[in-house]
Write a protein that binds this ligand. Structure first.
Ligand code: HEM
Length: 498
């Protein structure tokens, strides 16, 4: 581990996982805020404008931290993976340049316009800005995933015999990569789940706080009518409506992420059988129909697994059919040796980190079904005829903790995708060991690993600190910009209860 390759891999994994906390969060939050503002435009109800403005602050925070972590992510290629950058530059360069020039610029421009022009445009025009921001961030994801999909399933290229590097032969083949059009919907709906579930969780914290304040008599009594004659919206109403709206978005997102995940699964069964067999902890080819391992004790050294199984279930999950056996890792390993030994030698180890893949898959899928169930329960507990959520602290606590759930799903997903292509950096073309920078050294990598780790701790702390502060200020705070200052705004009209 304490060698150039191990430290470079650790650094890339740490940077990507941390950066990927914010990417789906920003895309998902942009969509949620855009829906809120559109509801305001259509229904003309003040509460939706208030929601868009309030939750928009969390969106702006996640965007800002996401940009900083993205810059650190870019450093990785030149610093630690220069051989890979040289080998892939011709493919990687075009999508990343388009991403920066079109999608990221569009997103950054409209986020600024949206943030500073409340009340300067008609509501419908102002809502267009947040939709364009959302569009920019979603299109950004397509370009990044186009580059990533090439690493999983290279298309539209040839090897330049003079340089030994990949050369793009057909841009549209790179963009039409079947891996991309399975990964993008999955990542996109994962982002929808992330943004909406974070807002469900934060609304639960908001309700919990408002309920406690009411119980211990420290709640502030708000006038029922605002100075401009509009009706006042209490915190209970605000957070309950927020939680319901976001539970609907999370429910739709969860159904679609599961369907998209199923599409991914059926693709990797044939495309990367080693990866699929690892997610199921299967060393030997299964019988027909194949059983599904619920839990498994995997011994990677002896290449054995002891599992608690549900009979026939894997055939149903993998092939949507009551029959069909699944190829084990041992067979996949033999096939990979047959295919690549001439080029990469007989000593290659094609076994991926099975235990991590097996459990990552289960955690990720559990998050999908967990969010589905939770969103249905939230809608049930907050139904108009009988709202039981407000008075149930333990339910609100559980929901509050679920704020972190989607990050487990996203991290699990990336671990499967990226660790599952081991030993390749670019599948079948370049190994991980061949991609590392020849000039990187252990001391410099140790130093940068520690610096990045501390920086990520700091940035994570900043995100949580300011999110809590926004929540504590509450939806009635009238401060300018992000509204992160603690002083109460000039226009605030609150009367203390005492
Ligand atoms: C039953 C539900 C799910 C299934 C069957 C599923 C399936 C998969 C599969 C097979 C992969 C690997 C794809 C590859 O290596 O090419 C993957 C990756 C991924 N998953 Fe899931 N997934 C599910 C739920 C979720 C949830 C709930 C989230 C997020 C909240 C999520 C986020 C991701 C991410 C970010 C990746 C990596 C990017 C990619 O290659 O698509 N997944 N998923």
């Amino acid at each position: 581990m304490l060698n150039v390759l191990g430290l470079s891999r650790f650094q890339f994994a740490m940077t990507t996982v941390f950066h990927f906390f914010y990417v789906p969060l920003s895309i998902g939050l942009a969509l949620c805020v855009a829906i809120m503002e559109t509801l305001y435009v259509v229904k003309r109800k003040e509460i939706y404008k208030k929601m868009a403005k309030f939750w928009g602050k969390i969106f702006l925070l996640s965007f800002a931290v996401g940009v900083v972590t993205g810059i650190i992510q870019e450093f990785q290629f030149g610093m630690n993976w220069s051989n890979y950058s040289r080998f892939m530059g011709d493919i990687f360069g075009a999508p990343l340049a388009i991403e920066a020039l079109l999608a990221f610029f569009m997103e950054s421009t409209f986020i600024g316009v949206w943030m500073f022009t409340w009340n300067r445009f008609k509501p419908a025009v102002h809502a267009i800005f947040i939709w364009l921001t959302f569009l920019g961030s979603s299109v950004s994801a397509i370009w990044i995933l186009a580059a990533n999909s090439f690493m999983q399933h290279p298309t539209g290229f040839e090897i330049n015999k003079a340089t030994g590097r990949v050369r793009m032969t057909n841009f549209w083949d790179v963009l039409g990569n079947p891996q991309l059009w399975r990964a993008f919907p999955h990542v996109f709906f994962g982002a929808v789940v992330t943004g909406s579930m974070v807002l469900v969780g934060m609304s639960a914290w908001g309700l919990l706080r408002a309920h406690k304040q009411e119980q211990n008599g420290t709640a502030q009594v708000e006038p029922t009518v605002e100075a401009d004659g509009s009706e006042h919206i209490s915190k209970r109403v605000f957070y309950t409506r927020s939680i319901r709206l976001n539970a609907v978005i999370a429910l739709i997102g969860a159904i679609l992420v599961i369907i998209a995940g199923d599409l991914q699964t059926t693709f990797i069964i044939d495309d990367q059988p080693m990866k699929f067999a690892a997610t199921e902890g299967i060393y030997e080819d299964t019988k027909d129909p194949a059983p599904w391992a619920v839990v498994s004790l995997i011994n990677e050294k002896d290449k054995t697994a002891k599992s608690i199984e549900i009979p026939d279930m894997l055939s149903l999950l993998a092939y949507h059919s009551p029959s069909g056996s699944v190829k084990g890792m041992n067979t996949a390993n033999e096939e990979l040796h047959q295919q690549y030994d001439a080029k990469f030698g007989k000593d290659m180890n094609y076994y991926v980190p099975v235990t991590v893949l097996f459990w990552s898959f289960r955690f990720m899928a559990a998050v999908g079904f967990g969010v589905l169930l939770l969103s249905i329960l939230v809608l049930w507990f907050t139904r108009k005829s009988k709202d039981t959520l407000w008075s149930s602290d333990w339910k609100l606590w559980i929901l509050g903790l679920c704020t972190y759930l989607p990050f487990v799903g996203n991290t699990g997903g990336w671990l499967i995708t990226e660790l599952g292509r081991y030993p390749w950096l670019v599948y079948g073309l370049q190994t991980i060991a061949d991609g590392v920078s020849p000039t990187a050294t252990v001391p410099s990598l140790l130093f940068t690993n520690i610096v990045y780790f501390l920086l990520f701790l700091f940035l994570g702390g900043v995100m949580i600190f300011y999110s809590r502060r926004v929540l504590h200020q509450g939806p009635d705070y009238q401060g300018e910009g992000l509204g992160l200052q603690m002083q109460t705004g000039r226009n605030e009209r609150r009367v203390a209860l005492a």
